[in-house]
Design a protein around this ligand. Sequence first.
Ligand code: KG4
Ligand code: ZN
Length: 359
Amino acid sequence: MVYVENSEQEVNMKILAIETSCDETAASIVEEDNFRPVVLSEAVASQMAIHAESGGVIPNVAARLHVENLPAVLKKATDSQRLDYDAVAVTVGPGLIGSLLVGVAAAKTIAMAKDLPFFAVNHMAGHVYSAWLAPSETGDSKLETGLPQLPALFVIVSGGHTELVLMERHYRFQLLGATRDDAAGEAFDKVARMLGLPYPGGPAISELARHGRSDAIDFPIGLNERDNLDFSFSGLKGAVFHEIQKHPAPLSEHLRADIAASFQDTVARTISRKTVAALQSNPEVRSVCLVGGVAANKHLRVELEKAVKNARGDVQFHLAPLQYCTDNAAMIGAAAIFKHLFSKPDDWSLVEANPNFEL
Ligand code: KG4
Ligand code: ZN
């Protein structure tokens, strides 16, 4: 809530959020409504097509494109319904430094010029709070599907990170496990390249996997000891490479599909096992939430839900809406709403973009 000057009236806080940590230039206005984030506007300029040509994100190209695209994206997010806002939020890290700097500079400038509260948001906190967003295309409210209940366990699987995070209270994050090498999304992107598929690899692998058998090849699960909540995907990536080397090129369509399906299933089983282990050692957990770019993977969505329900029938399972799995500004606005409610704003003059910012 914010108070309007010269008025007794309470109005809901509206936050303009900016996200430029990697290859999406995004802005959104998110409003707080009774402890729920409601998305009022969104605009995004995706660089995906340009990076697809080079097979991955080239950092200085990404930064330059953010500079070029951010003004129009901001105009679209704020102009479309003549929306005003009471605060500014921005992703300050983790991410690519050149990309982060563009969004942070713009957000600081707006906060300074308009004398608005400023919220520095961790990109991973944004992914966490994507679980509170309702999918816009269905017009559903999270009232119907239910909001995550705390303590909640977050399975964050993105291109840069794979983490298990426990949240007992809003805006307090406890890291239970993380990847020691590649992130799950990175493994999808690298295996896709080995199979001659385009960037980003996740959607391409899941499409190819539809034609293959997930039990065709027995790939290894990294760090598969009991009670180890860290992840490792480099062994799996190496095993896929060796499998490809065993056969004369070009691989048959049939074999490529079997490799894609078996790889995808191994990632899903790895994530499910670690999640169940985390649930077993944290019996107070009431909700499990799957978020991040790789959470868009249908096979993972289905398999993780099954594993969680089998392990603990009393736990709720939540998925970030598909449109808010990959990077977006609405999730940054959602995180900022909860920072406003349960923590405090930041002094923009003391905030710096931080590529290694930890939760
Ligand atoms: O969260 P995100 O948009 O960016 C980061 O914060 O890293 O995640 C991007 C990652 C990419 O590696 C992409 O291949 C992966 O998410 N991804 C998927 C799918 N859609 C995107 N991985 C598996 N299956 C998908 N359907
Ligand atoms: Zn992300």
